[in-house]
Design a protein around this ligand. Structure first.
Ligand code: TXA
Ligand code: MG
Length: 347
């Protein structure tokens, strides 16, 4: 479906006026505002209920406007941009003085990416053609369009559920193809240090190493120092409101049986076949393929979260590198599940 010109023009006008617009990306839906306008950016934090020290990703129409946002850009960053943009890779770089503090959570770095969804790109291009917002910076700050700590939206209906009353326009670009958030690589450290993976995603360390010849350092365990830098680096995130537990395949039927015997309603997310007799209260079965699993994961968690179950039971996925990004999201979802939103990610 070609992007609707009128909708895009409306979105551009709202963004120029400092309003919020939800937009599809290839990873998840984002809640966008003019990244150069601190008032507009603060509206994002208010709508999401997100702590103000959590930095936002700036979305650009192309690498051509990168130097408005980042300085001292290392050659590795250009190589990665060339290889993966438009696409699900965010680069963390040293920021220019023009970047509002509201976007960076007060840090000296900025996260940037060029999204791969045709509608997001069409909007970013139209936005640039219309002057690019304050200072002609041409960047849209867009975190995932969910309330803080909750499951990221992968279609327009999810955004309506999460933030419908808080956003003037939701651009509908159908189902997100990747389904989990972008890979984040930090290239802002001293040039002698290897890039660091801050959040795993569809673009794998192996793919990154194939382009730049260096493996990114693995994500660091959360600490007081790194915690505010990547909200995904905090333990409780991407979480359903229903408590959730990961269970090995071999124990799945037994655990469901125990829950049934004690009259607790259980909703199951699995990838292997369940015996008929197991019969949980609700069931979603996903493909045993990490990319297809990731694409459907958040919609599945959202669906199971709405079945009034006492527990969401998730069959553990294979412990292999291809599953690393999905494993990361499942672990964090289980950690934050069932907790009230305002207790998430508070040390
Ligand atoms: O796929 C995505 O990246 C989606 C779509 C909408 O583009 N966006 C997204 O945004 O996941 P959000 O705000 O939900 O997550 C952005 C992550 C946060 O964990 C944030 O801390 C991290 O990016 N981040 C942004 N700027 C950063 C910086 N300067 N240093 C370290 N981490 C940064
Ligand atoms: Mg998010």
């Amino acid at each position: 479906m070609p992007p609707d010109e009128n909708e895009i023009a409306r979105a551009v006008a709202l963004l120029q006026a400092g309003e919020l617009v939800a937009l599809p990306t290839e990873t998840v839906y984002g809640l966008a505002a003019d990244a150069a306008n601190p008032v507009a950016v603060r509206r994002i934090f208010a709508a999401k209920g997100r702590p103000v020290d959590h930095p936002l990703i700036v979305h650009l129409a192309g690498a051509g406007c990168l130097d408005r946002w980042a300085r001292d850009i290392p050659s590795l960053a250009w190589e990665l941009a060339e290889a993966f943009w438009p696409g699900p890779l965010t680069l963390v770089l040293k920021r220019t003085p023009a970047v509002p503090t509201a976007v960076t959570g007060g840090q000296e770095t900025v996260g940037v990416r060029v999204p791969g969804h045709p509608l997001a790109l069409a909007l970013l291009r139209a936005y640039a053609a219309a002057g690019g917002g304050l200072g002609g910076m041409c960047g849209l700050a867009a975190p995932s369009a969910n309330r803080f700590g909750r499951i990221s939206p992968t279609d327009a209906a999810h955004v309506r559920e999460e933030l419908g009353d808080k956003v003037r326009l939701i651009l509908d670009g159908g189902r997100c193809q990747v389904g989990i958030e972008s890979t984040i690589v930090d290239l802002s450290r001293d040039g002698a240090l290897p890039p660091r993976l801050l959040r795993p995603g569809r673009i794998t360390p192996e793919q990154i190493a194939a382009v730049i010849g260096v493996w990114p350092e693995a994500p660091q365990p959360p600490s007081a120092e790194t915690a505010p830098r990547v909200s995904g680096s905090l333990e409780a995130h991407y979480a359903p409101a229903t408590p959730m537990r990961l269970v090995p395949s071999a124990r799945l039927a037994e655990v469901i049986g125990i829950l049934r015997a004690t009259e607790r309603r259980c909703a199951v997310l699995c990838h292997s076949e369940l015996a008929d007799a197991t019969a949980p209260h609700a069931l979603v079965s996903l493909p045993v393929d990490p990319q297809r699993y990731a694409r459907a994961l958040y919609a599945a968690l959202r669906e199971l979260d709405q079945t009034a179950a006492d527990l969401i039971v998730v069959e553990e996925i294979p412990a292999t590198p291809e599953w690393a990004a999905v494993a990361d999201r499942l672990r964090r979802a289980a950690c934050g599940a069932g907790l009230p939103a305002d207790s998430l990610n508070r040390p």
